[in-house]
Design a protein around this ligand. Structure first.
Ligand code: FE
Length: 253
């Protein structure tokens, strides 16, 4: 079975360490800070087997070179279209490819929207999704070099995964996201109670990640373009139109 460890890094990032218990294979997802990763590996007496990158923004790849110095020759995975942008990249992935951490198999999902080359890694057997800056708890990443249509399609692709999927997103933005979400969907009782839970967790500096897909489908305004309550509040009709209106309101929030 694959174990996931969540490391807090930089101001509000999470770095994930995946350990396949049987083989002791170890992957890091988005090593934004090498020191955080190296300290963890040393404490746990683990050796790094590979680096998986979701996209090339600095807070996701800045530790690659330093980790390669500590573990020379390990493979560095990223989107084929990010060739030249991800430091140390050696494996050039496309949608539908597979990655393996020991015996744990992850499916590569192309999810353009935040970045054109953004990837998610989905480990079906353990129901773990590493989706970088595409879905956050109660939120979603900004559109940087893509269209709203692309982002909405990527969100739809991830939303089609099973409800039990654990969403390991790359940032602790949940409290701010919930403040915004309640302006879009104020009568949502689950959203209201999530706010109470998250306020309490964050007052003790506790993480709100992972979140669960089924819950996000019912509460995250960026995944609810077809919810009548939201459409009527925003005065929108289509899926992309509704998503785009939520996005633009969040940009101004
Ligand atoms: Fe980021």
């Amino acid at each position: 079975m694959m174990q996931v460890y969540r490391l807090a890094a930089l101001s509000d990032n999470y770095i994930f360490i995946l350990v396949d218990e049987a083989s002791r294979s170890v992957a890091v997802v988005d090593a934004g800070d090498a020191v955080v990763v190296l300290n963890f590996l040393k404490d746990q007496n683990l050796s790094l087997s590979m680096i998986l990158n979701t996209h090339y923004d600095g807070d996701h790849v800045a530790g690659n070179r330093r980790l390669l110095q500590a573990f020379p020759g390990i493979p560095v995975y990223g989107n084929a279209i990010d060739r030249g942008r991800i430091p140390g990249q050696t494996v050039f992935l496309n949608d539908g490819d597979r990655v393996q951490v020991g015996d744990s198999v992850g499916r590569v999902l192309a999810v353009p929207g935040h970045r054109h080359g953004h990837l998610a890694y989905y480990f079906e057997a353990s129901a773990d999704l590493f989706c970088g800056d595409v879905i956050f708890s109660a939120g979603s990443g900004r559109i940087k070099d893509c269209t709203p249509e692309q982002m909405q399609q990527s969100l739809a692709k991830l939303r089609s995964l099973p409800d039990a999927t654990k969403i390991w997103c790359a940032h602790e933005y949940t409290l701010d996201n919930l403040r915004f979400a309640l302006t879009i969907d104020p009568d949502n009782l689950e959203l209201q109670s999530r706010m109470l839970e998250v306020k309490e967790l964050r007052s003790r500096s506790q993480p709100t990640i992972p979140t669960i897909m089924g819950f996000e489908k019912r509460t995250n305004p960026f995944l609810r373009w077809d919810a009548e309550a939201i459409r009527s509040r925003l005065g929108t009709t289509g899926d992309v139109e509704t998503y785009t209106e939520v996005r633009s309101r969040k940009n101004q929030f």
